[in-house]
Design a binder for this molecule. Structure first.
Ligand code: ARG
Length: 270
């Protein structure tokens, strides 16, 4: 492995570690402030899995580990429109909807795709952004995995509880490795333990820019539920309306596109 390979591995590990501490810290924060608004300041507690550049990811800003990304920008606007203070909880992706149903978080903004099952469990907002899926492999395998068909019998790494897990389950003979964090999947790819991974196009782009030796192939996984939505607890139509209200004005002002562009630039480590 070359110097950059090692460096990027180190970076990914650091990101993993940082997100670990982040979640503990945030857990305590929100336990202190709580979801019940007893004091003067209202809080809006957001659950997210901050392993997902440019949607939500950790970045050192002014020497401090910070969760940034276009989902975070959107969350800030929702909180602002509500006159509330935003509290971010970094949690495993597959725990997010449970956290919502049990009231430990008020909203889930995490590049969430609107599947039928999720729609049954929680309220889903209007779609605020759309993107395609992509397949990430090691550079040498780019041509080998140029079609979805070529992924038959391959070892595929995907995030636990994601729609990508469902896509991969539909690939004949594929051997799946489901992991909690995208950064862990990247490590598996780098160390030849999986051959391919399926992820959102913008996320794939962010990772291949930062991790030498990985590329996006020409294979395009097709999904029905393309587009991203915000999750709100079942029955909380008051908050749902507020969230949709903010999304409507952000979309009409062209703000989401701006946030995506800015977050994509931010996600390239210098
Ligand atoms: N869009 C996919 C889904 O809803 C993956 C989302 C993963 N998000 C994350 N922040 N890791 O299943």
């Amino acid at each position: 492995m070359n110097k950059w390979g090692k460096l990027s591995l180190g970076m990914l590990l650091a990101v993993g570690l940082l997100s670990g501490c982040g979640s503990n810290k945030n857990d305590n924060d929100s336990a202190a402030t709580g979801n019940t608004n007893t004091g003067a300041t209202k809080t809006l507690t957001m659950g997210t899995s901050a392993d997902f550049p440019p949607y939500e990811f950790h970045k050192v800003v002014d020497g401090k580990d910070t969760i940034v990304g276009f989902d975070i920008d959107i969350a800030k606007d929702i909180a602002k429109d509500m006159g509330a203070e935003l509290v971010i909880k970094d949690l495993p992706f597959d725990s997010l909807l449970n956290e919502l149903s049990s009231g430990r978080v008020d909203i889930v903004i995490s590049g969430l795709s609107p599947t039928e099952d999720r729609r049954k469990a929680v309220e889903l907002s209007d779609i605020y952004y759309k993107a395609d899926q992509a397949v990430v492999v090691r550079e040498a395998d780019k041509d080998k995995f140029a079609t979805m068909d070529s992924l038959k019998n391959a070892k595929i790494g995907i995030q636990t509880g994601s729609i990508q897990e469902d896509i991969a389950k539909g690939i004949e003979g594929a051997k799946l490795t489901s992991l909690g964090k995208i950064s862990e999947i990247i490590l598996q790819l780098q160390s030849n333990r999986v051959d391919a991974s399926i992820m959102e196009g913008p996320v794939a782009k962010a990772f291949v820019k930062n991790v030498p030796g990985l590329v996006i192939t020409d294979a395009v996984p097709v999904v029905e539920d393309n587009g991203y939505v915000i999750g709100i607890k079942k029955g909380n139509t008051e908050l749902l309306d507020k969230v949709n209200g903010t999304l409507t004005h952000l979309i009409s002002e062209g703000k989401i596109e701006q946030y995506v562009t800015a977050a994509s630039e931010l996600s390239v480590s210098k």
